[in-house]
Design a protein around this ligand. Structure first.
Ligand SMILES: O=C(O)CCC(=O)C(=O)O
Length: 250
């Protein structure tokens, strides 16, 4: 599906971001999957810059925001924090605005989210236990395309909606025990490009990976045990970005 590099010899193809020029790092073009198999010390990635084409990616953004209450393109979604968000009747996704208790105070997360999956797979992250909503047509379409390409089965997905560059997610790993020892996590992106960072637990190495409209990034191997990831604030980004992380809960 990735034709951006078609005129290059496979050996000359390079991912559109820098990897340290050091032992343990490599990127190899995977012709069959249209992306790069990337090795980092104690971890593996797969990066397909345009796994979903423009048309499907545009339609996905629309699908996520369609609702009976507002024109999805012109509304300021910052006006719907907390309990106001579920009052909007979204056609396809049950978006919610979760809060965390930090030092005795409830704080809303700087993003909206939704959780879908097989009904018997509740998931706990950052102290929140999420009950999945049943799969819908659009999410199954995305899931099945990723499953076919990667030969991996996923039974749940966390959706994050970053309204603009103020929304973010801090450094963390997805090493929850219910994901198994070395989880395969497929992260797909729609909307604005945002910088996704991975850094080693000791903070000595950091890699910036641009995740674009239609990009697929797969994290696998021991990555979650040795590397953290984050999407920091980017004040210049004015539009929305959606990230879906497909997981397999034991
Ligand atoms: O938005 C992203 O790219 C990352 C999301 C993430 O790290 C998570 O959901 O755990």
């Amino acid at each position: 599906m990735n034709d951006l590099f078609d005129d290059l010899d496979p050996l000359e193809k390079r991912p559109p971001f820098e990897l340290p020029d050091a032992q343990g790092y490599s990127a190899t073009w995977n012709e069959a999957l249209g992306g790069f198999d990337i090795c980092v010390p104690n971890g593996e990635l797969f990066y397909a810059e345009q796994f979903f084409n423009q048309k499907i990616s545009d339609r996905t953004v629309e699908y996520f925001l369609e609702n009976d209450t507002n024109d999805w393109q012109s509304v300021d979604w910052h006006d719907y924090v907390g309990e106001r968000l579920p009052k909007v009747k979204f056609k396809n996704i049950s978006w919610q605005h979760d809060k965390l208790n930090m030092f005795g105070k409830d704080v809303y997360l700087p993003r909206y989210s939704a959780w879908y999956g097989d009904s018997d797979k509740p998931y706990t992250y950052s102290g929140l236990t999420l009950q999945p909503k049943p799969w819908n047509k659009g999410l199954l379409y995305i899931k099945q395309h990723i499953e076919q390409a990667t030969n991996t089965y996923f039974n749940s997905v966390l959706l994050n909606w970053y309204r603009d560059g103020e929304d973010n997610i801090g450094w963390h790993t997805d090493a929850e025990t219910e994901l198994g020892k070395n989880p395969v996590i497929a992260s797909v992106n729609f909307g604005e490009t945002r910088d996704f960072f991975i850094r080693t637990n000791d903070k000595s190495q950091k890699i910036k990976i641009p995740l674009k409209h239609g990009t697929l990034l797969i994290m696998k191997g021991a990555l979650q045990h040795f590397w953290e990831h984050s999407v920091p604030k980017r004040k210049k980004v004015k539009g929305a970005r959606f990230n879906l992380t497909f997981r397999s809960i034991r």
